[in-house]
Write a protein that binds this ligand. Sequence first.
Ligand code: PMP
Length: 283
Amino acid sequence: RIVYVNGEYLPEEEAKISVFDRGFLMADGVYEVTSVLEGRLVDFAGHMARLKRSLAELDMAMPVTDAELEAIHRRMVADNGIEEGLVYMQITRGAADRDFAYPEGATPSLVLFTQKKALIDSAAAKAGLRVATLPDLRWKRRDIKTVQLLAPSMAKMAAKAQGKDDAWMVDEDGFVTEGSSNNAYIVTKAGTIVTRHLSNDILHGITRKAVLSFAREAQMKVEERPFTVAEAQDAAEAFITSASSFVTPVVEIDGTALGDGAPGPVARRLREIYVAESRKAAV
Ligand code: PMP
């Protein structure tokens, strides 16, 4: 694999990052994951907009121009022969003597790598996911897409230990925030799509934004509000969204099957629309 590190395209074995990089020492960095369909980038503009917001919240600068970052993404896709898969991009504050205060004048580190992955033809999308709910142990700025991912990683491991596919994280008041690396939705028995409203409690998913707009265009009813685990278990269906999973049905929550236990029609339809529209709009 060819990776990108601070201006260079290198075989992965030759890439180097400093031991003093604050991304490594303090999770002082942000990232984006953009999906690739037919060799083209899905919703790249959305990912760049969120990246800038994350950087601004942490007083970090873009290390390259927008045009350069787009060109680097494209070259990574081309050099690694990615027809379908993901581009991972990370910006950290850079290397400096370890200190909790942000260093002055550190040069940010920019790293990209790619991953080939069958996104459209996914086993999870066919079978649906079984999720377990776990306490949301993350910090209070989940809207910033930082590389500080141990809490969701622990939640996913706890879900796996229960034999489940993924974790849905739950706040102190019993409301679902989101999945370990995706936004969470239910579809009520009346057919309304419910997903938590945007705030600092969740990541503002790029896929979420697109899917909610497709749902509204298709005259589906959408409510952006918190929902409890009990409401989710009583729902007709459920699903998740993310750049790597698109729309993927959830068929079981904490051992309770939803509906007939198979992927629901709303999730299946939204996945079809999302894939078709993303294919058309990818650049
Ligand atoms: N929430 C969390 C916690 C995530 O890690 C992700 C994936 N990065 C998402 C939601 C989905 O965001 P997106 O649709 O932009 O991939």
